[in-house]
Design a protein around this ligand. Structure first.
Ligand code: GLP
Length: 261
């Protein structure tokens, strides 16, 4: 796992966008894994800016979402499908049919979840997965206690996550769904490159556990320690509890020029 401590979210977004544009350069039909939450928003801003400037095209890419709330009406602005459309897809040239997400309105949820994992496998897997992290260490919606071998399935959201996300629902906890569909930890781990973004001191403990804690279902993001190509990009605040911060900085500063992220 590579830890990169940057001054702010814009510096982080530049590095993630660099990796995505380099990937599309060498593989124009790349499969991107897209995440919701506030953490990736500056990445989407930077990708939209580069698309507008003619520096990258998403015309042949596909995008797979990490998760979706169960039961939100199709037109609800916080339905993750609509969030990804507004924040990313509508701002670049990715075709509408190339954006995929778990169906939170499916009548047969187990079948829909299986079909989603199969759809990811059918395109050869995700090449680069963007991730945020919850304050309780969840990635996608794999809450503490999630099986480290899980595949896409329904999960119950924790009270902590529902409180964290109430800000997107008029600060009204009652409006926050209780369930979601989420790629499992094994599904996420099958992506070829994981890039996790975290900013702010409320993420510091989760980032410390992710990189330096024991691998455990109690901090689901710790599974990333088993990934052969995981990059974690944090600002100073989110990196403030890292025990080996000095070493990570030195490793990044002295990184050979030929070695990409
Ligand atoms: C939600 C999403 C996660 C995201 C997390 C953190 O729970 N399902 O994918 O990582 O929020 O969100 P934020 O980046 O807004 O802190």
């Amino acid at each position: 796992m590579e830890l990169i401590i940057q001054p702010d979210k814009h510096a982080i977004a530049t590095l993630v966008a660099d990796s995505i544009t380099a990937l599309i350069d060498r593989k124009p039909d790349a499969v991107l894994g897209v995440a919701t939450g506030s953490s990736p928003l500056t990445v989407y801003d930077e990708l939209a800016r580069r698309y507008e400037a003619g520096q990258v095209s998403f015309a042949r890419t596909q995008a797979f979402m990490l998760d979706e709330y169960v039961g939100l009406p199709a037109e609800h602005p916080q339905r993750y499908r609509n969030v990804i459309e507004a924040e990313f897809a509508s701002r670049v040239d990715i075709p509408a049919e190339a954006v995929h997400g778990p169906d939170g309105l499916a009548e047969d949820i187990p079948t829909a979840c299986r079909a989603y994992d199969e759809a990811i496998a059918a395109v050869g897997g995700v090449d680069l997965q963007i991730l945020g992290i919850g304050t309780d260490g969840h990635i996608a919606f794999n809450e503490p206690g999630s099986s480290l071998a899980s595949r896409t399935r329904i999960k119950t959201l924790t009270g902590q996550t529902r409180r964290d996300n109430a800000r997107f629902f008029d600060d009204d906890l009652n409006q926050v769904p209780t369930h979601c569909l989420t790629q499992g930890l094994a599904t996420i781990m099958s992506a070829k490159h994981l890039m996790l973004v975290a900013t702010g001191d409320h993420k510091a403990e989760a980032v410390h556990q992710l990189a330096e804690g024991a691998v455990s279902a109690m901090w689901p993001a710790t599974i990333m320690q088993h990934h052969p190509h995981a990059t974690v990009l944090v600002d100073e605040a989110a990196g403030s509890k890292l025990q080996l911060a000095g070493y990570y900085r030195e490793a990044y500063e002295t990184k050979p020029a030929w070695q990409s992220l």
